[in-house]
Design a protein around this ligand. Structure first.
Ligand code: SF4
Length: 331
């Protein structure tokens, strides 16, 4: 029977090359992509890669159980609010569930020994494998010859001599393999996961401290300027036309949208557990502060509930000075 494996595909070069190495050994490859509302890997690249390889892709959206990792990861955070070791464990667990579901023989990832100071040290690779409950069943084809043989290697399901011994941050060898295989669909390394950005991490921390209990509620946090108005309420303000449109797209049904159709200025989203008129007046004031009407007479701003855009009302802004905006601003 053909050897079957489940790979984690991020859309980046490393996981793409890991797939290529497995396919080169005649292994039947299935891939899993854990999709995050704020991204690590581009979904379009993941789909393009799976199509390019002609392999089945299962996309698993991040679920609410990830919130406990964001609150208190067992292995701590990286330089921002990125719980990379726990995150890897989470993803490998998802791949492990799928491995059992489809009767695959092992899991593989594009992890490279020593590539990232926090999550790809040797000890971290062991933590991921053990805590995800797959001892001996997690193959890292790019660094495998520097690691103890896994069960599929010992059982001869995988030819260890054709695996690699890459260590560190250089991606020269991966690029050489990608070029030889004609692989172009991967995304370039770096960036992607907003959790690695300090300002976004601060927002996530703030909403968690204020009772956010659904991962879907965090999707909008990558947009705009962020203001904490009170314990129950925050405001997001678009910084350009794209973000103004995206705020509407990402709004939950109970969110309030504010936009002035008389005075040119940005759009705002207000999310509150206990919405009061003063929240709307403050949000209108923030819009005014970031428009050419700053410090002028109050302006009138239209607002509506995201779920019912046809039911529009008006609110007069509370004129805010720099100190008042600064106290609410969280980046
Ligand atoms: S950068 Fe870290 S936290 Fe972000 S998706 Fe990758 S492993 Fe997870």
């Amino acid at each position: 029977m053909r050897v079957k494996a489940v790979g984690l595909l991020s859309g980046g070069l490393d996981s793409a090359v890991a797939c290529q190495l497995m396919l080169d050994q005649g292994i039947e490859v299935h891939v899993v992509h854990v999709s995050m509302p704020w991204g690590c890997g581009k979904p379009s690249r993941v789909t393009a890669l799976a199509e390019r390889f002609g392999i089945p892709l299962k996309v698993i959206p991040l679920a609410d159980d990830y919130l406990s990792i964001l609150k208190k990861p067992q292995y701590g955070f990286g330089s921002a609010h990125n719980p990379c070791v726990d995150c890897h464990i989470y993803m490998v667990k998802k791949a492990a569930e799928y491995m059992k579901e489809i009767g695959a023989d092992f899991i593989f990832t594009g992890e490279v020994l020593g590539q990232r100071p926090m999550s790809q040290r040797r000890v971290c690779l062991d933590w991921v494998e053990n805590d995800a409950g797959v001892p001996g069943k997690l193959l890292r084809p790019l660094s495998a010859r520097l690691l103890p043989p896994t069960v599929p290697e010992e059982e001869g399901l995988v030819d260890r001599s054709k695996l690699l011994a890459i260590v560190g941050r250089s991606r020269k060898e991966q690029h050489t393999i990608a070029v030889a295989a004609g692989l172009k669909e991967f995304s370039q390394p770096g960036g992607g996961c907003l959790l690695t950005e300090k300002h976004f991490g601060a927002r996530i921390k703030d909403v968690l401290a204020h009772g956010c209990d659904h991962i879907a509620l965090t999707a909008v946090l990558g947009l705009g300027r962020y203001f904490r108005v009170d314990e129950d309420t925050f405001v997001l303000l678009g910084r350009n036309d794209r973000e103004n449109d995206k705020l509407l797209e990402y709004a939950m049904s109970d969110d309030m949208i504010l936009r002035s159709f008389t005075f040119f200025g940005p759009a705002a989203l207000v999310r509150s557990r206990v919405l009061k008129e003063e929240h709307l007046a403050l949000a209108a004031g923030i819009i005014q502060f970031y428009s050419k009407w700053r410090g002028e007479e109050p302006i009138v701003v239209n607002y509506w509930k995201s779920a019912t855009p046809d039911e529009m009302s008006e609110i007069t802004s509370l004129v805010l000075d720099e100190d008042a905006v600064g106290r609410m601003s969280k980046g």
